[in-house]
Design a protein around this ligand. Structure first.
Ligand SMILES: Cc1ncc(C[n+]2csc(CCOP(=O)(O)OP(=O)(O)O)c2C)c(N)n1
Length: 313
């Protein structure tokens, strides 16, 4: 029922939960194209979010924002589908906090692909020069749509931040407690006027770039998908005209290597799932885990029923 692409934050849960748990009244959030989880955690009405995803006029942004441009003035939260835009937004929020709400801070969430956007680097530079209360959180899943980051990113991201005078902290993005502790320290630093911090947290997007990504079929079951790829590949390989034989062989090798590399893809490994990890920790208290899971399921059913019933009427 949702038209267009749908970017989920599946795999980022520990980062979002660990950071947003510290956000309170007067603090601000600048989000990227995967903003729904942070808004839910911040307390934005999930029915309003769902109605927005459905493009309804009674959605969070009047149905005009869609899932990539969700705003809540009440919660000082703004998202954007423009990669890197969380940087200037958070720097602006941070500047306003410095003047109007001392003690408040702003968080920027973005992927590692956004680290190659000038506006994000400019914002980190200003945040450093002006000592702004901003925490820059890089959710590094190693991919920007279909490009692996190592193919387009020079140097080390932590060193890049340090080069702008922003202290960098490496944190396990799959471990909610580690993120909670590291972000607590960074946020307290910002609140007490000591300036910005860069948190670098690795994670794995289990659904790939967006829901229904074709490449994920390959990742999940490469051997089954191979026959479907082999025929068109062979046809294009022997197609008369076009590239020289040497170039075709090189191209074919690259495609086969890419398919084989999916066998080692971290998205095939459930130990990279932060929710699974949290669930395993909670197994020491099975009664509490069961109660939590039942309550969450009930809440989700209620929200879905409410948003969809009205959508159909
Ligand atoms: C300025 C800009 N350039 C390009 C795009 C197209 N685009 C959308 S998402 C994306 C990849 C972003 O990668 P990353 O920042 O690592 O975030 P991820 O999607 O991996 O969470 C790109 C290039 C865009 N939306 N905005």
């Amino acid at each position: 029922m949702i038209s267009g692409e749908m970017h989920l934050g599946t795999g980022e849960e520990a980062i979002i939960a660990g950071v947003v748990a510290h956000v309170r009244e007067g603090d601000a959030m600048a989000l990227d194209h995967r903003g729904t989880a942070a808004l839910l955690m911040r307390g934005v009405d999930p029915v309003l979010i769902l109605r927005e995803l459905l493009g309804r006029p009674d959605g969070l942004c009047g149905g005009m924002g869609g899932h990539m441009h969700l705003f809540s003035k009440e919660h000082l939260a703004a998202s954007s589908g423009i990669v890197g835009a969380a940087g200037p937004t958070a720097a602006g929020f941070g500047l306003a906090a410095q003047y109007l709400h001392p003690g408040a801070f702003a968080v920027a969430f973005f992927g590692e692909g956004a680290m190659n956007q000038g506006m994000l680097m400019e914002s980190m530079n200003l945040a450093s020069a002006w000592n702004l209360p901003v925490v820059f959180v890089c959710k590094d899943d190693d991919w920007a749509i279909t490009t692996q980051s190592e193919r387009m990113t020079g140097g080390d991201l932590n060193e890049r931040a340090r080069g702008l005078g922003v202290p960098a902290v490496e944190v396990d993005g799959l471990d909610v407690i580690e993120v909670w502790e590291a972000s607590h320290a960074a946020i307290e630093r910002a609140r007490s006027g000591q300036g910005p911090t860069f948190l670098h947290a690795r994670c794995v997007h289990f659904e790939g770039h967006f829901l229904g990504l074709q490449l994920l079929r390959l990742v999940r079951d490469p051997l089954r998908e191979m026959p479907g790829i082999a025929l068109p590949l062979t046809r294009s390989f022997v197609h008369p005209g076009g590239a020289a034989v040497g170039d075709r062989v090189a191209g074919l090798k690259e495609v086969v290597a890419a398919v084989l590399s999916t066998l080692r893809d971290p998205r095939r490994d459930s130990t990279n799932d932060p929710v699974q990890r949290a669930r395993e920790t909670l197994l020491s208290d099975p009664g509490r885990l069961l109660e939590l899971e039942e309550r969450i399921e009930e809440e989700m059913d209620e929200v879905l029923a409410s948003a969809l019933a009205e959508a159909r009427s």
